[in-house]
Design a protein around this ligand. Structure first.
Ligand code: XMP
Ligand code: MG
Length: 179
């Protein structure tokens, strides 16, 4: 049990387990895109930055990066259906093979909205990769092609995931114990 900013937390997925999970994910993605010249990784800021950079370094083909910020949070720990694009992609995705990279899928609301938007822009293909998935929390069905780990309905932080913007830099996934 560790303490940071008066919040206690315990390790749930270690740094080593994260590495093993990424190796498996990358192998699946490498085989899926074996014949593709260039893959565009689209990360949803801010949470997916850490997993996207670690994942990208395990991919064997040529990849490009782009980022988008979609906000569906209004202070609480559950997203609402009201998803706003706070920052859009820098470049067009028309005709591109796009892999959307997420840190975690919870209700699926954010991803479902972002997926619809990206599909409307005419990519050659669009697939979704998430490091963590909380399937028991799903409200909106969204097809997820690559899942790192499924977890129970618990609030987790670290490895990009935050609690009030803190904890993103932890090299492992931790479970927060509410005060
Ligand atoms: P939805 O519900 O739209 O939300 O699938 C996905 C986004 O919700 C955030 N989220 C979490 N963030 N620990 C976090 O730090 C969690 O346990 C958690 N569950 C959901 C996250 O931003 C994700 O992109
Ligand atoms: Mg997120």
């Amino acid at each position: 049990m560790s303490k940071f900013n008066e919040v206690t937390y315990e390790v749930m997925i270690s740094e080593q387990e994260i590495g093993e999970t990424l190796d498996t994910l990358a192998a699946e993605i490498n085989s899926e895109y074996a014949g593709v010249d260039n893959l565009l990784l689209v990360g949803l800021l801010k949470g997916s930055v850490v997993v996207m950079t670690d994942l990208a370094r395990r991919l064997s083909g040529d990849v490009h990066f782009d980022f988008m910020t979609a906000s569906s949070y209004h202070g609480g720990t559950e997203s609402t259906g009201d998803v706003k694009i706070v920052m859009d992609l820098a470049n067009s995705i028309r005709g591109r093979h796009v892999l959307l990279v997420e840190d975690i899928i919870d209700t699926g609301r954010t991803l479902s909205k972002v997926r619809e938007l990206l599909l409307s822009r005419g990519p050659a293909s669009l697939k979704i990769c998430t490091f963590l998935d909380k399937p028991s929390r799903r409200v909106v069905e969204v097809p997820v092609d690559f899942v790192g780990r499924e977890i129970e309905d618990e609030f987790v932080v670290g490895y990009g995931l935050d609690y009030a913007e803190s904890f993103r830099q932890l090299p492992y996934i931790a479970k927060v114990n509410p005060a």
